[in-house]
Design a protein around this ligand. Structure first.
Ligand code: ARG
Length: 581
C-alpha cells in the first residue's frame, strides 16, 4: 500500500522524463509535505538550472505531461515554480480502506535479508546497568520491526563471560562454596558477589595468587575450573533472564553467544592477520595499525589483537564475531547495538575485517550507537551512593509509579486488573522513554515524567489506544468487522477525517523507514502524532452519534484502523496495549 508520497513520486518522475527526455528519467521530484497542499513537488528549481529555462516553465511543462486523475483533485504551480498537489478525497478513502483491510496495515515487506542483531550483552557476575537496559530495549524493537518486515533476524547476545576477572570470581566461588547464599547472590545482586571477590583480591595476597593461578587454569581448559566458571555463567543467566522476563523482551537462552564462544577462533584470527601483513608486532603485542585512526600528534592508534602476555582482547573477539556472522550465519546485515563510547572500537574492528576480507562489501555492518542515560545531575545515572543502579529495582519502581498513577486515575478498577495494567504501563513507560529519543542521544531518566499520562510518553500512547478501543466497548460494537466489507466502507469528507486518514496512510512507510534507518524514535513520533490527530478527529466528528448510518460505519472503520495501527506500532516497539485504562 504505497503512501501518498510513494504513489506520486514515480508519476511525477515519469512526467519529468516525458517532458524533457530520457536523460531526466529517474529525476527526484523532491516531494515534501506542505502547508499549502498535501504535498509540494520542488523539482522545478534544480531542473531549471540544468535546462536553462525559467522554473515556472519547467513546472508547467511537467504538469502538461502529468495525469493524476483519480489521485489528485488539485494541481497548481505556485510561487517561483513549486507544484502543489492536493489529494482526491475518494483516493484517500479507498487507500485508507485498503490499509484497514490489509492484515499488514499497509506495511510491505522488504526483500528478505539475514540480519544479525547484537544487543543487550551484559556481563557475567555484574549488574546490568541502564546502558544495557537501553541496548536491550532498542535492539529488541529493531529485531521485532525487521522481523515484521520479513527479514530473518538472528539475535546474538554477546555477554561478557570471559577474561581475567574470572580467575578471581571462580576462586571466590570456591571459597564461599557452591550453593551457599554468598554464591547464589549472583542471581539477585551480582555486584555484591563481584565486590566481595574484588575486596578479597585487593586485601589478601594469597587469594590474589590463587586467583591468578585460576586464570591460567581457566585458559588452559582445566575441567574443574571450567565447571566452576559454567556455574557462575549459569547463575548470571538466571539473573539476566529475570530482567528479560520483567521487560518482556524476545531474547532467550538460544540467543546467547558470549565472548567465550569465540575462544577457539582467536589464535586463527591473529595468524591470518599476521600472514596477510595486516597485523604487526609492536612492543611484543600483535597490533593492527590503520592509517585512518590516529591519536595525538598523528600517532597511529593500534587495535591490539594479541597482548604481549599472549592474551587476546575484546577487539580480537569482535573480529571473530564478524567472521562467524558472515561466514556461518550468512548475514547480509550485522547490527551492533552498543553504547556510543565504543564507536572507535567498532570503526577499527570493521575496517580491519574489511581489510582481512572477512567482511565483503555486500554485507552491511552498523554500530547502532546507544547514548548515555543520565541522572538529574546530567551525569551517567547511578544511585546516590555512586554505586551502579539495580536494574530490577528500577523496573519495579516504574511499575509502582504506574500503579500510583492508576490508583489516582482509575480507583474503580479491581485490584487484579490494576496489577496487570501497572506492569504493562510501568514497563512500557521505561521502554518508550528509551525508544522515543534518537538512539544515539543522551537523555535524562525522569521516572515521574516517564509514567505521566500526558505528553510524549508510553502511558499516553497506551491510554490513547485503550480509549479508541473503549469506543467500541461502550457502544457494544465489534471492533473486528472487516474494513471495506459491506458495512465499514470508508468515506472521507470532513477535514478531520481526511487528516486522520492521511496519517494512517503513512504507517507502512514509517515502519519501512525504521527498518532502513534503524531509528525506532521515528515510529514513536509517528504514533504520538497519530494519537493527537485521532483526538482532534474524535472531537470534531461524532462517531456513534454520526449524522447517518453510512458515516457512522465509515468512522467506525477509521477508529478500528487507528486502533490496529496503534496496537501494531506499540507491539513493534515491544509495548503492550492494555485492554483498558
Ligand atoms: N559486554 C559489553 C559491555 O558491557 C558489550 C558487548 C557488545 N557487543 C560486542 N560485540 N562487542 O560493554
Amino acid at each position: 500500500m504505497p503512501s501518498p508520497h510513494d504513489t506520486l513520486a514515480p508519476l511525477v518522475s515519469a512526467a519529468i522524463a516525458t517532458a524533457f527526455g530520457d536523460e531526466l528519467r529517474g529525476a527526484d521530484p523532491v516531494l515534501r509535505p506542505s502547508q499549502f497542499a498535501d504535498l509540494q513537488a520542488n523539482f522545478a528549481l534544480p531542473l531549471a538550472k540544468r535546462l536553462g529555462m525559467p522554473p515556472r516553465e519547467v513546472a508547467t511543462r511537467v504538469l502538461a505531461a502529468l495525469d493524476l486523475t483519480g489521485v489528485c483533485s488539485g494541481i497548481e504551480v505556485s510561487g517561483p515554480g513549486f507544484v502543489n498537489l492536493t489529494l482526491d478525497d475518494s483516493w484517500i478513502a479507498s487507500s485508507v480502506q485498503a490499509v484497514g483491510a490489509d492484515p499488514m496495515l499497509g506495511v510491505t515487506g522488504d526483500a528478505p535479508r539475514v540480519v544479525v542483531i547484537d544487543y543487550s550483552a551484559p556481563n557475567v557476575a555484574k549488574e546490568m546497568h541502564v546502558g544495557h537496559l537501553r541496548t536491550t530495549v532498542v535492539g529488541d524493537a529493531l529485531a521485532r520491526t525487521l522481523e515484521h518486515l520479513g527479514h530473518r533476524v538472528i539475535r546474538q547476545n554477546h555477554v561478557g563471560d570471559w577474561g581475567t576477572p574470572f580467575g578471581m570470581l571462580v576462586e571466590h566461588l570456591v571459597e564461599v562454596g557452591e550453593g551457599s547464599s554468598e554464591a547464589l547472590v549472583v542471581e539477585t545482586d551480582p555486584n555484591a558477589f563481584y565486590l566481595a571477590a574484588r575486596t578479597k583480591f585487593d586485601a589478601e595476597g594469597s587469594f590474589a595468587d590463587r586467583a591468578r593461578a585460576r586464570v591460567v587454569a581457566l585458559q588452559a581448559g582445566d575441567p574443574e575450573t571450567l565447571r566452576l566458571w559454567g556455574e557462575l555463567v549459569g547463575l548470571s543467566k538466571s539473573y539476566f533472564n529475570r530482567i528479560y522476563a520483567a521487560l518482556e523482551v524476545t531474547l532467550t537462552d538460544t540467543d546467547l553467544a558470549g565472548e567465550s564462544t569465540y575462544n577457539d577462533a582467536l589464535a586463527g584470527i591473529c595468524e591470518e592477520l599476521e600472514a596477510k601483513g595486516i597485523a604487526t608486532i609492536s612492543d611484543g603485542a600483535l597490533c593492527v595499525f590503520l592509517p585512518e585512526f590516529t591519536g595525538r600528534e598523528g600517532k597511529p592508534v593500534p587495535l591490539i589483537v594479541r597482548k604481549s602476555d599472549g592474551g587476546y582482547g575484546y577487539g580480537t573477539t569482535d573480529l571473530a564475531t564478524i567472521k562467524h556472522r558472515v561466514e556461518d550465519l550468512g548475514a547480509d546485515r550485522v547490527l551492533y547495538v552498543v553504547g556510543a563510547p565504543q564507536s572507535l572500537h567498532f570503526q577499527m574492528v570493521f575496517a580491519t575485517a574489511r581489510l582481512a576480507g572477512w567482511l565483503p562489501d555486500t554485507v552491511e555492518v552498523v554500530h547502532v550507537q546507544i547514548g548515555n542515560v543520565l541522572g538529574d545531575d546530567r551525569k551517567i545515572l547511578r544511585t546516590r551512593e555512586g554505586k551502579a543502579l539495580r536494574l530490577g529495582a528500577l523496573i519495579e519502581e516504574s511499575v509502582d509509579a504506574a500503579r500510583a498513577v492508576l490508583d489516582e486515575a482509575r480507583p474503580d478498577l479491581d485490584p487484579a486488573t490494576r496489577h496487570t495494567l501497572a506492569r504493562e504501563i510501568g514497563v512500557g513507560a521505561i521502554k518508550y522513554a528509551d525508544l522515543s529519543v534518537a538512539h544515539d542521544s543522551e537523555y535524562v531518566f525522569d521516572l515521574a515524567r516517564m509514567v505521566s499520562l500526558t505528553g510524549n510518553t508510553g502511558p499516553y500512547l497506551q491510554y490513547a489506544a485503550a480509549r479508541v478501543r473503549s469506543i467500541f466497548r461502550s457502544a457494544g460494537v465489534e471492533i473486528e468487522v472487516p474494513v471495506g466489507g459491506a458495512q465499514r466502507r470508508i468515506v472521507v469528507t470532513e477535514p478531520a477525517e481526511r487528516a486522520l486518514a492521511l496519517a494512517l496512510l503513512e504507517f507502512g512507510s514509517v515502519v519501512r523507514g525504521v527498518g532502513a534507518e534503524l531509528e525506532p524514535h521515528r515510529l514513536c513520533g509517528y504514533l504520538f502524532d497519530l494519537a493527537q490527530t485521532f483526538s482532534a478527529f474524535y472531537e470534531a466528528c461524532p462517531v456513534l452519534k454520526a449524522p447517518d448510518a453510512e458515516t457512522r460505519e465509515s468512522r467506525l472503520g477509521l477508529c478500528a484502523t487507528t486502533f490496529r495501527v496503534m496496537e501494531q506500532g506499540l507491539a513493534l516497539l515491544g509495548m503492550a496495549t492494555p485492554a483498558q485504562m
